[in-house]
Ligand binder design. Sequence first.
Ligand code: HEC
Ligand code: HEC
Length: 245
Amino acid sequence: MSINFAFLLGTAVSIANEKTTEQIDATIKIYQESCSVCHGDDGKGAVWGQQSLSTPPRDFTTDVARQELDRERMIASVTYGRPGTPMPGFGSQLNATQVAAIVDYVRARFMAPHVSGHAPLPQSHSAVTPGTEHRPDEYHAQSFPNDLQGKFENGRSIYFTNCIECHGGLGDGDGPRAYFIFPKPRNFLDSATRQIMNRPRLFAGVRDGVVGKEMPAWRFVLSDQEIADVAEFVYQEFIRTTKDE
Ligand code: HEC
Ligand code: HEC
């Protein structure tokens, strides 16, 4: 008798995905109930707070916020608050997992490079070489194998479930597990990476993994359609430098 491991694994992954969709919904609910009153639905800071609070709430969508707020600092601020400012600590209401989830949510939703059409996050370790911000035309768009169409929203959910812990909410390769991994997960914002990562390359990288590095081969757990979905998400969210490709 042979056991179909791919099938078992596939079932486990779809259960995990459902659970995570619930977790994402729960995190969105926390943001709406506890954060948006001050930080606003768009993460720019509620208008009333700009006028009435002694220190205005952070605008998460600015380049300054992206540079100053690393994940660890945000976790500390949400847990303990910011003394001397109206930013309350949530450590008594939210457990560590919930705090990490809300921080990853804020980073992915408001601080990711393409939110509100900002320029890509400038990063010291991935400085964009002048003149290389835009990849050659042949790398723009390009399709997935077998005419697969990647579904962005489903890709986002797969990314949150399977990729964020290594590649991070901003796609900068700075997820919570990255600290323990050598070589580091790929930083999708890096200008050299942006030049080589088109849809076919992303699809192949995700499907087959990277031999000798801790990038798993996802073909054992995700279907070709799911691989196209998550590759589409990575492409649109992190890789491409303009909105119209
Ligand atoms: C009563 C209003 C208020 C609420 C509610 C609130 N914040 Fe804030 N938040 C602020 C203000 C004001 C600042 C700016 C503090 C500063 O500049 O040091 C801030 C700053 C922050 C920062 C950046 C802190 C840093 O290290 O500079 C993060 C991250 C943050 N808030 C996340 C959240 C999250 C997540 C929630 C919900 C769980 C939340 N906030 C709820 C008012 C609020
Ligand atoms: C256990 C950590 C880990 C997880 C989980 C992970 N990655 Fe990676 N990823 C890596 C590492 C390490 C590399 C190799 C970096 C390099 O080659 O420079 C990498 C490389 C990549 C590459 C580049 C491949 C290439 O062609 O060079 C892509 C694309 C990628 N990951 C996408 C994903 C996606 C999408 C997911 C979720 C489905 C994911 N990764 C999950 C660690 C991880």
